[in-house]
Ligand binder design. Structure first.
Ligand code: TTP
Length: 189
């Protein structure tokens, strides 16, 4: 059985490698990631993983895995921060309060059956001073990341509490991923 990773994220590849899973094929899913009007965050993440997994071509005896990680503040979905100004705004919003990181994974098995799981992690940043925000923004570590930060780098030193899954925040909830891969008949130790 061969595995297709439907993701352009090097983090997802690294996270899979941590559990000994090396995809045979890596393909970028090209989908529109704009939330629907009024769409609830969990519904959005579920739709994203299902669409990403369905967006790649699956030859016979292949299974597909896709993921999505979204940062949710209240009911607002904070997208990937593509520039420094957006990052500053996001970090000001996240300062001193809790937010949710909803991470999803979808596996399509070799019969075409899709199964998905979601994992919610709560993260709290310390109250951030403007010089801390500026230093973080200048590091450029949060660029291209959901919510404008990357917990796997220096941002973790600004996070004073977290409940949930560290791997899920980086990009793939490993517990749920292992479960779905095994359910699809893919060997994971
Ligand atoms: C919150 C957070 C997000 N991220 C990253 C994970 C994801 O790559 C990205 C969220 O965007 P995603 O849309 O989940 O993924 P992607 O666009 O990078 O890749 P693809 O859709 O092709 O699979 O933010 C971190 O690396 N660390 C963090 O702490």
């Amino acid at each position: 059985m061969q595995l297709i990773l439907a993701s352009s994220s090097p983090r997802r590849r690294d996270l899979l490698a941590r559990i000994g899973v090396i995809p045979d094929i890596i393909q970028s899913p090209n989908i529109d990631e704009t939330p629907l009007k009024g769409e609830l965050p969990r519904d959005y993440v579920l739709r994203m993983v299902q669409q990403k997994a369905a967006a790649v071509t699956r030859p016979p005896s292949h299974i597909v895995l896709a993921g999505d990680t979204s940062v949710i503040l209240g009911r607002q979905i904070l997208p990937q921060a593509q520039d420094k100004e957006t990052q500053r705004i996001f970090l000001q919003k996240l300062s001193g309060r809790r937010h949710r990181v909803i991470s999803g994974v979808c596996v399509i098995d070799d019969k075409g059956q899709a199964r998905s799981e979601l994992c919610t992690t709560i993260v709290r940043f310390k109250r951030l001073h403007s010089d801390e925000i500026e230093a973080y923004v200048q590091s450029e570590e949060g660029l291209g990341k959901a919510g404008g930060y990357a917990i796997q780098g220096r941002a973790e030193a600004l996070i004073n509490w977290m409940s949930g899954s560290h791997s899920a925040v980086i990009g793939l909830p490993l517990f749920e991923t292992r479960k779905l891969l095994r359910h699809a008949g893919y060997h994971v130790d």
